[in-house]
Design a protein around this ligand. Structure first.
Ligand code: NDP
Length: 511
C-alpha cells in the first residue's frame, strides 16, 4: 500500500462517507495474484463437478444474504432497492446456470481422426491460472460475479479490482466465497484507483477480463500487449430500439422506458436511441413522454429511477442534453439541468428525459450518455431505422419492437451488435446462458453463457496412438510408399464412398 493512501467511498444519495479502503499499489497486487495462484493450484486439481458444487453453495449464501448484499450495493450506488436485489437475483441465476451446464461443457471432447482411424484424439479445457477482473461502478455485484463465476468454474483463481467508486460490494466477495467453502485466498480483491487497475494488468495474471469505458479499454489492451496477456473487453454502448409500425405500442412504450431508465440509464446495454417508424411516431412519442413523466425519481429505496453515481456523471449527462438542445433538439419529458449549477448532495437524480429532433451534429447522437435519457427519432421505414442504427461505432445490444416476431428477428440479424431482443429489453441479463459482448467500440469477448466460460479456459489438444506399429507410414525416410499413401488419402478425400475407397486402394498399391 502506498504510504497508507486510501480511497473514500461516498453515498450517491447523501454524500456521506460509507467506507474507506486502501489504495493498493503494485506490490499489494502482486501479493494478491500470488495468493490466488497458490490457491488455484489446489482448486484446478478438483473435478469440475466439485467446483460447481461450491458455486451452488455460493448461490445459496447469496440467496440467504440477499438483503445484506443489497444494502452494500445501495450504500455505494444509491440505486433503488428493487434494482439492488435484482443484482443478487441475476448473479444467483448465473451461478445456477454454470452449476448445471459447466460440467458437460468443460468435459473432454472426442475429435474424429478421419482416415487416421488407429489414433484417438480429444480436446480438454484447462484453467488459465489467475484471472484479473477489472470492473466499473454501475453493477458492483453482477459484473464482478459474471467473471468470477466463470473463472471459478473454469478452475482459476481470481483477483478483482472494483471501481474506486464502488469497492464495498466487491469487498464482500472473499467472505461470501469462504462461507460457500471455496479455498481460502482463491478470490482476492484489490482496492484502489486506475493505477491499481493498471498494476493488475501489468502483474503476471494469465488473463484480464475488463469491463468499463472504451477509452480505458484501449489503455488496458495496450498494456496487456506488452506481455501478450489475453484480454476480453466489455465496453460501452449506444443501444438502439427500433419500433416498427406493427408494434404493440403499449408494450413498446413500457419496455423501452424500462430499457432506457433502469439503473438511471447507467447500464452498458441501456437503450439510448429509439428509431420509430413515421406511421406511429407521434403516438409512440406522446405515450413515452407520459410514461417518463410518471416515473418517480430521486434518492430513496422506493423510487423508480435513482441518482447518478457521481457529480462527474451527472455533469456528463447534463452536458449532452445542453449540447443537444443548443443544436435544436426538443425536450418532450424531463428537463435539462443548467450549466454552472452542480447538484447538491442528495440532489443527484436526473428526471427521466425524452428528447426528439436529434441529429448527427450532437454529442448525444454519437457518444454514450449513460444516463436516464432517450433520444427518439422518427424514420420513414424499417430500412431507414436499420441505416441509422448502424451509424454508431458501438455495437452492443439492440431491440426490435413488432407484433411479427419473425420480422423482428430478421431486422435484428441485420444489425451489427452482440445481441438482439425482440419485444424485450434488458431481460436477457436474467438468462445465464446468453453471452454478453459487443463489436466495434463495444469491445470483444463475452461474459456469461458458455462463451464466457470457454474464455476462462484454454484448449489442450491430445492425440494418442492406439495401434503401436513400429513406424508410421509417413515417417522418415521418404520413399515411394509415402508418396503413394499421400495420393491415396487425397483420392479418398476427393471422391468419398466406395469408389473413393477403390481408387485409394489402387493408388496405395501403386496401380
Ligand atoms: P472506466 O473505464 O472509467 O473504469 C473501469 C475500471 O477500470 C475501473 O475499475 C477503473 O478504476 C479501472 N481503470 C481506470 N483506469 C485504468 C487503467 N489505466 N488500467 C486499468 N484499469 C483502469 O469505466 P466506468 O467505471 O466509468 O464505467 C462506465 C463504463 O463501463 C461505461 O462506458 C459503460 O458502458 C461500461 N460498461 C460496459 C459494460 C459491458 O458489459 N459492455 C457493462 C457495464 C459498464 P477506477 O474506477 O478506480 O478509476
Amino acid at each position: 500500500m502506498r504510504e497508507g493512501r486510501t480511497i473514500e467511498v461516498r453515498s450517491p444519495r447523501d454524500g456521506r462517507v460509507v467506507a474507506t479502503f486502501p489504495l493498493s499499489g503494485s506490490s499489494e497486487v502482486a501479493t494478491a495474484v500470488a495468493t490466488a495462484r497458490a490457491a488455484a493450484a489446489v482448486w484446478a486439481s478438483r473435478s469440475v463437478l466439485r467446483r460447481v458444487e461450491a458455486l451452488i453453495r455460493l448461490a445459496r449464501v447469496l440467496e440467504v444474504e440477499a438483503d445484506e448484499v443489497a444494502d452494500a450495493i445501495i450504500s455505494e450506488t444509491g440505486k433503488p432497492r428493487a434494482e439492488a436485489l435484482a443484482e443478487v437475483a441475476v448473479s444467483v441465476e448465473l451461478l445456477r446456470y454454470y452449476h448445471r451446464y459447466a460440467p458437460r461443457h468443460l468435459s473432454p471432447r472426442r475429435v474424429g481422426t478421419g482416415w487416421m482411424f488407429w489414433k484417438k484424439a480429444w480436446v480438454e479445457r484447462v484453467p488459465l491460472g489467475v484471472v484479473g477482473v477489472i470492473t466499473p461502478w454501475n453493477y458492483p455485484l453482477i459484473i464482478g460475479m459474471d467473471a468470477v463465476a466463470a473463472a471459478l468454474a473454469g478452475g482459476n483463481g481470481v483477483v478483482v479490482k472494483p471501481s474506486e467508486l464502488t469497492p464495498v460490494t466487491a469487498s464482500l466477495l472473499p467472505d461470501l466465497c469462504a462461507r460457500a467453502g471455496l479455498p481460502q485466498g482463491l478470490v482476492q480483491v484489490v482496492t484502489g484507483d486506475g493505477s491499481t487497475g493498471e498494476a493488475l494488468v501489468r502483474s503476471d495474471v494469465d488473463k484480464v477480463s475488463f469491463t468499463g469505458s472504451t477509452a480505458v479499454g484501449r489503455k488496458v489492451m495496450a498494456v496487456a500487449a506488452e506481455t501478450l496477456t489475453p484480454v476480453s473487453l466489455e465496453l460501452g454502448g449506444k443501444d438502439v430500439a427500433i419500433v416498427l409500425e406493427d408494434a404493440d405500442l403499449a408494450r413498446a412504450v413500457k419496455g423501452i422506458a424500462f430499457g432506457g431508465f433502469f439503473n438511471a440509464g447507467q447500464t452498458c446495454i441501456s437503450i439510448e436511441r429509439v428509431y420509430v417508424v413515421d406511421a406511429v411516431a407521434a403516438e409512440f412519442t406522446r405515450r413515452l413522454a407520459e410514461e417518463a413523466s410518471a416515473l418517480r425519481y430521486g434518492v430513496a429505496d422506493d423510487v423508480d429511477v435513482g441518482p447518478m453515481i457521481s457529480a462527474v456523471q451527472f455533469e456528463r449527462v447534463s452536458a449532452h442534453l445542453r449540447d443537444a438542445v443548443a443544436k435544436g433538439a426538443e425536450v418532450v419529458a424531463g428537463g435539462v439541468p443548467e450549466a454552472d449549477s452542480p447538484p447538491g448532495e442528495g440532489d443527484r437524480a436526473l428526471a427521466p428525459t425524452i428528447v426528439t429532433r436529434v441529429d448527427e451534429t450532437m454529442e448525444i447522437f454519437h457518444e454514450e450518455t449513460f444516463g436516464p435519457v432517450l433520444a427518439v427519432t422518427a424514420v420513414r421505414d424499417e430500412e431507414e431505422a436499420i441505416r441509422w442504427a448502424s451509424a454508431s461505432a458501438y455495437g452492443l445490444f439492440a431491440s426490435v419492437w413488432t407484433e411479427n416476431r419473425r420480422r423482428g428477428v430478421d431486422v435484428g440479424r441485420r444489425l451489427r451488435t452482440g445481441g438482439v431482443c425482440v419485444n424485450e429489453s434488458l431481460a436477457h441479463a436474467g438468462i445465464g446462458g446468453l453471452p454478453l459482448g459487443g463489436v466495434g467500440d463495444s469491445g470483444f469477448g463475452s461474459r456469461r453463457g458458455l462463451e464466457g466460460l470457454t474464455e476462462m479456459t484454454r484448449p489442450r489438444a491430445f492425440l494418442a496412438d492406439r495401434a503401436g506399429l513400429s513406424r508410421e507410414p509417413w515417417w522418415f525416410p521418404y520413399d515411394e510408399r509415402v508418396e503413394r499413401l499421400t495420393r491415396s488419402v487425397l483420392a479418398l478425400r476427393a471422391r468419398g464412398g466406395l469408389s473413393g475407397l477403390v481408387v485409394a486402394a489402387r493408388r496405395l498399391l501403386g496401380r
